[in-house]
Design a protein around this ligand. Structure first.
Ligand code: FES
Length: 321
């Protein structure tokens, strides 16, 4: 996903760029003079300036206890903007790249003891760091990992290690949606106050969001790898009324509510800006929203809106700002 603001970058040396599955490479970075790297927690990502100039975010997949390296798994995206392919094809061990220190929008709550992880494809990357962390802390987890085939499954060997026996289920669908893993029984009840972390293609995350409507929304966490569907064909401009000041602002087709609020001098907290982290949650006081996030449960959608991605179905909505 593309970075939103220019972050502070540091030079890091690439020490590995190896194929670990079909279309997936593991890339490793270390400090250029061997110093410890800034710490990270499970779920964190780094932002890399790839050789073609793009800034791209990648989740760290190595053990968060390691201070000597960062590892990311990069998937060649046929329809991407070329950042991942550029990293896979143009970068070799010994190169230096500019990298921003880790940021975490997808962290694990420290007090939680039980975790359910669902990963689809390259969505396994933050989950790898998470299961390492959870296991080290003596907490409990289950992981369901869906991929197309054994050949496209990154980290298959690590996940079949004895320490993960009975905890990890890897499901291959051969690219056939009718062979997808049946998530309904897995998500039917929230066991032991589990926290669910899901990362993968948008349709998988939307299905999980839908099937966990009866869970507490604070126990369900998503990380998006692709850009949110902030803008779609057929979108229309609409007005946002700010209840506290009475101001009326127009949101054009090319902008989000968040962008319009900021342009008009409002300070609005945000983080992921992909509709997954929950930071920009805002009360919806009137009008009908066109929800495009993965945060809100169905029963919350009537009176709340994630303003980084969602729009309006009605000509005007009123929000509590
Ligand atoms: S900023 Fe993360 S959901 Fe809006």
């Amino acid at each position: 996903m593309a970075a939103n603001n220019e972050p502070q970058l540091m030079p890091l040396r690439v020490t590995r760029n190896d194929r670990i599955a079909d279309g997936i490479n593991l890339i490793e970075f270390r400090d250029v003079s061997g110093k410890p790297l800034p710490e990270f927690s499970a779920g964190a990502h780094i932002t890399i300036r790839v050789p073609n100039g793009l800034l791209r975010k990648y989740s760290l997949c190595n053990d968060p206890g390691e201070r000597d390296r960062y590892q990311v798994a990069v998937k060649r995206e046929a329809n991407g903007r070329g950042g991942s392919s550029n990293l896979i094809d143009s970068v070799k061990a010994g190169d230096e790249l500019m990298v921003a220190p880790p940021i975490n929008d997808f962290g694990l709550p420290p007090r939680a003891q039980d975790f359910l992880f669902i990963a689809g494809g390259i969505g396994i990357t933050p989950i790898m760091a998470m299961i390492r962390e959870v296991q080290k802390q003596g907490k409990r987890f289950r992981l369901f990992y869906c991929t197309r085939s054994p050949e496209t499954t990154a980290f298959a060997e690590e996940l079949s290690a004895p320490e993960f026996a009975g905890l990890v289920t890897i499901h291959h669908d051969q690219g056939d949606p009718t062979c997808s893993l049946d998530l309904k029984p897995i998500l039917a009840e929230r066991k032991n106050r589990e926290h669910l972390y899901c990362c993968g293609p948008r349709p998988l995350m939307e299905a999980v969001r839908h099937m966990t409507d009866h869970w507490s929304s604070t126990a369900v966490h998503f990380e998006a790898f692709s850009e949110a569907e902030t803008h779609k064909a057929g979108d229309k401009p609409f007005n946002v009324r700010l209840a506290r000041s009475g101001r009326l602002l127009e949101v054009p087709v090319t902008k989000t509510i968040l962008e319009v609020l900021r342009e008009n001098g409002l300070e609005v907290p945000s983080s992921c800006e992909t509709g997954t982290c929950g930071t920009c949650r805002t009360k919806l006081l009137a009008g009908e929203a066109d929800h495009r996030d993965l945060v809100l449960a169905d029963h919350e959608r009537k009176d709340q809106i994630m303003i980084c991605v969602s729009r309006a179905k009605s000509d005007e909505i009123t929000i509590d700002r």
